[in-house]
Design a protein around this ligand. Structure first.
Ligand code: FBP
Length: 548
């Protein structure tokens, strides 16, 4: 396979790791834990894995004579830069304990475990993928592990390969499933540990013990580079308003981080929209006013950042989507029989009066996009909803009205963009390459110390890597009960943008200036070689959050 010059040079990069992981470690147990909410229900559902202590790894001089441990690894859900380094870290960690250890990769996500589809990950395979983006070493998928049949089927192959531990690399839903699996295997004394690793470009799997999910850093840097390029184009031609939707299924972390990096004219934050109970009309009016104000100063151009999940946060839309999801979950078969051309009328006839009116008012395309299949975890596939077009069109219409009212003089031409897939498989930044490798290596330490139901945790990551803190967090600690597919389920609580958090407050303090004046910043491409302040910086979000 032909490799780029960067790929070849990058293969030799040695990820930086916490000082504690450079030699033998011992697991030190900290305080016992509780789930963040609904403690009684979560305890009842996880009697074997609830309340375990936090773990940190510290260097030890005690000699350890470890048996060879075979482990399996699964990549679950959307791609995120650095996944290959997590696997490399697990591999190196297991091998450092005993060179006879084996690592197996289950193919195309959790489905590979159930279907017994796997490969052995030898040094040759691992070395091909060190510091590369993508999940193509073993592929990924969104199959939800949720039935005992699936767990038992998985156990057959784990036993056959003598696998004693499984690492599930995934987002909040996948790590929730990892914990359910850990609990089940513990309850039947299967002798298989399950450990999770926090992955998602969305950045919404984070809490007190998990500073960030991997991939967020690289993806935001890739998007910020291209938004910066668009802003320079925009500031050169001075004739377009660019409506840029950014991935992030629920939380607006990506849009917010990119805004902090590029200083756009407008950045919508879904969590604020919800808190202020804004309607679609309010959002349109706000953007149109900014366009009009800039036009009054002779600036008929600008940028608007839109978080992918916006529609689900507009309270009226959220209520509509909730009813629609419940209805579709219970009437899936009937709905599938309705002709495409009649689906809209059918849905309108089935919803409550209020939701039906909102649904009827939506443009045809968006209405159809809302009824598309949910993902296996019951989520609306928001990446398929063209919010950027919806907003650009509606702002254009509003400006026409304002013009006829005499409240706008200017020219409005829009361009729409959606950045998501472009960033999910980028070559990991130094931050992600180091963080991911450390997460994987830490997972191997959790395995070696017999832990199950834990998530690998690496903290203090705005400091130099040597000072990072490696450990494990019981997954039940992050759980609460939420409604999914019409039923209450234990799930890891999603971390949304905090409206009193430092990153959002930074936006608030600056957005009036950024709206009016052209204060664009052009971050440029990710740098892998060069001065540390250019190559090793983390996200603005993390810097602001950890500076408190
Ligand atoms: P994960 O939560 O699985 O990491 O996926 C995140 C994401 O990239 C979202 O930002 C996006 O909405 C979704 O995946 C797209 O899903 P798909 O890859 O199935 O198109």
């Amino acid at each position: 396979m032909t490799k780029s010059a960067l790929q070849i040079a990058r293969a030799a990069y040695q990820p930086k790791v916490p000082a504690a992981l450079k030699g033998a470690v011992k697991a030190v147990a900290g305080a016992t834990t509780q789930s963040i909410a609904d403690q009684d229900e979560i305890l009842k559902l996880f009697p074997n894995t609830y309340g375990m202590p936090l773990i940190s790894f510290e260097p030890t001089t005690e000699a350890t004579d470890m048996p060879a441990i075979n482990a399996g690894v699964i990549l679950s859900g959307g791609q995120a830069p650095g996944g290959h380094n997590v696997i490399a870290g697990i591999f190196d960690g297991l091998k450092s304990l005993n060179a006879d250890a084996k690592l197996y990769g289950f193919l195309m996500g959790p489905g590979g475990l159930v279907d017994h589809d796997y490969i052995e990950l030898t040094a040759d395979v691992i070395n091909e993928y060190r510091n590369t983006g993508g999940f193509d070493m073993i592929g990924s998928g969104r199959t939800k592990l949720e039935t005992t049949e699936q767990y038992d089927k998985g156990l057959e192959i784990l036993r056959k390969l003598d696998i004693k531990a499984l690492v599930i690399i995934g987002g909040d839903d996948s790590n929730t499933n990892a914990c359910v699996l850990a609990e089940y295997y513990a309850s039947i004394n299967a002798g298989v540990q399950v450990v999770g690793c926090p992955k998602t470009i969305d950045g919404d799997l984070k809490n007190e013990m998990i500073e960030t999910s991997f991939g967020f850093d690289t993806a935001c840097k890739v998007y910020s580079e291209v938004i910066g390029n668009i802003q320079r184009d925009c500031n050169s031609a001075r004739k377009y308003w660019h409506f840029i939707k950014l991935m992030g299924r629920s939380a607006s972390h990506i849009a917010l981080e990119c805004a902090l990096q590029v200083q756009p004219n407008v950045c919508i934050v879904s969590e604020e929209v919800e808190a202020k109970n804004l309607s679609l009309g309010d959002i349109i009016n706000d953007i149109a006013q900014t366009v009009a104000d800039r036009a009054a100063a002779g600036n008929n151009f600008g940028t608007v950042l839109i978080p992918e999940g916006l529609v689900e946060f507009i309270p009226a839309m959220k209520a509509l989507i909730a009813e629609l999801s419940d209805f579709l979950a219970h009437n899936e078969d009937e709905f599938k029989l309705i002709k495409k051309s009649e689906q809209r009328t059918y849905i309108i006839s089935k919803l409550s009066a209020e939701n039906s009116a909102i649904y009827a008012s939506l443009p045809e395309g968006v209405a159809r996009q809302l009824t598309l299949d949910r993902d296996p975890h019951g989520n609306v596939q928001v990446s398929l909803i063209e919010t950027e077009k919806l907003l650009a069109e509606m702002v254009g219409n509003r400006l026409n009205e304002m013009k006829s009212e005499g409240n706008y003089v200017g020219k409005f031409a829009s361009q729409v963009h959606f950045f998501g897939y472009e960033g999910r498989c980028a070559a990991p930044s130094n931050y992600d390459a180091d963080y991911c490798y450390s997460l994987g290596y830490t997972a191997s330490c959790l395995i070696a110390s017999g832990k199950t139901g834990y998530m690998s945790s690496v903290r203090n990551t705005t400091a130099p890597a040597a000072e990072w803190i490696a450990g494990g967090v019981p997954v039940t600690m992050m759980m609460n009960m939420e409604k999914r597919h019409g039923e209450m389920k234990p799930v890891i609580q999603k971390a949304l943008v905090l409206l009193d958090g430092a990153p959002f407050l930074k936006l608030v303090a600056n957005r009036a200036d950024w709206a009016k004046n052209t204060a664009y910043v052009y971050p440029g491409p990710i740098q892998y070689f060069g001065p540390t302040e250019v190559c090793d910086q983390s996200t603005k979000t993390l810097e602001l959050e950890l500076a408190k």
